[in-house]
Design a protein around this ligand. Structure first.
Ligand SMILES: Nc1ncnc2c1ncn2[C@@H]1O[C@H](COP(=O)(O)OP(=O)(O)OP(=O)(O)O)[C@@H](O)[C@H]1O
Ligand SMILES: [Mg+2]
Length: 252
């Protein structure tokens, strides 16, 4: 873990005291964190702890109650979501958002309209390679509703990486996949990381998160309760209590 070494440089993404309240619900309640280039970050937390809301806020799709975001030191808090995509932040959604009247191939290329022309051209040239890597090339001409849920998740993954983002935000990308498929996605994430794509992943599969991530954050009721080395975070008493349930420490 190169964490202490990279902290001297400007963070790729800095989250400063971010809060998102929905009426009385403090979905995200004062989160500050940093992500540095070349790492895979993970977020653990029970249902409703604010993980997806934080991810939505990072893309500037979700309005903030307070706080700010900096990408490479540049404050983008007031930048609209489409432009945030252009700045190099891409995401997948927790629920599949694909167009069932278009082919898999078209779905992967859609959404690139917010990117600069050169990037769009490069994306069109790379689509076959990306489909191959993500394992959807054989189904390129099918419609998403003809695919299993796990395959639909792969299509979303392909769509998120084709523009070669600097930061990739993944909201439960392996839901509906078996252990072997999860391992495959974990491997792909590591390759992408080595190619310069920093990642931030939300998943409930603790084992996969420990295997895949360089650094973990743990959330509970809108707040960060622990962060650091994945093995340490899953053993942290507050995480054990909030997420894994008391007594789950044995074997963790
Ligand atoms: N648009 C919204 N309007 C009102 N409340 C919301 C909205 N989005 C999320 N919430 C609430 O904010 C809290 C955090 O939700 P969020 O979806 O961020 O949790 P999560 O950690 O992603 O959960 P899960 O693991 O189930 O996906 C929940 O109480 C949820 O009901
Ligand atoms: Mg969620």
């Amino acid at each position: 873990m190169a964490d202490t070494a990279v902290r001297t440089t400007t963070a790729l993404l800095a989250v400063e005291d971010v809060a998102v309240h929905f009426g009385g619900v403090k979905a995200v309640d004062g989160i500050s964190l940093e992500m540095h280039q070349g790492n895979i970050y993970g977020v653990l937390g029970p249902n409703g702890s604010g993980k997806s809301t934080l991810l939505g806020a990072m893309t500037r799709l979700t309005p903030l109650t307070r706080g700010r975001f900096l990408l490479d030191g540049v404050d983008y808090t007031k930048v609209p979501a489409r432009k945030v995509h252009r700045m190099g932040i891409s995401r997948t959604f927790q629920t599949v958002r694909l167009l069932d009247d278009r082919s898999v191939r078209d779905n992967i290329l859609l959404g690139q309209d917010t990117l600069p022309k050169q990037t769009r051209k490069a994306a069109a040239m790379q689509v076959d390679e990306v489909m191959e890597r993500v394992g959807v090339r054989e189904v390129a001409q099918l419609r998403p509703d003809e695919l299993s849920y796990g395959m639909q998740r792969r299509v979303e993954f392909a769509r998120a990486i084709i523009g070669r983002p600097r930061l990739l935000l993944l909201d439960e990308p392996t839901a509906g996949m078996n252990t072997a498929e999860r391992k495959e996605i974990g491997k792909l994430m590591r390759q992408l990381c080595d190619e310069g794509i920093t990642q931030f992943i939300v998943e409930h599969d603790v084992e996969m998160m420990v295997d895949t991530c360089d650094y973990l954050f743990a959330m509970n009721v809108g707040k960060l309760i622990a962060e650091g080395d994945p093995h340490d975070v899953v053993r942290h008493p507050a995480v054990q209590e909030a997420y894994l349930g008391k007594g789950a420490a044995s074997g963790a």
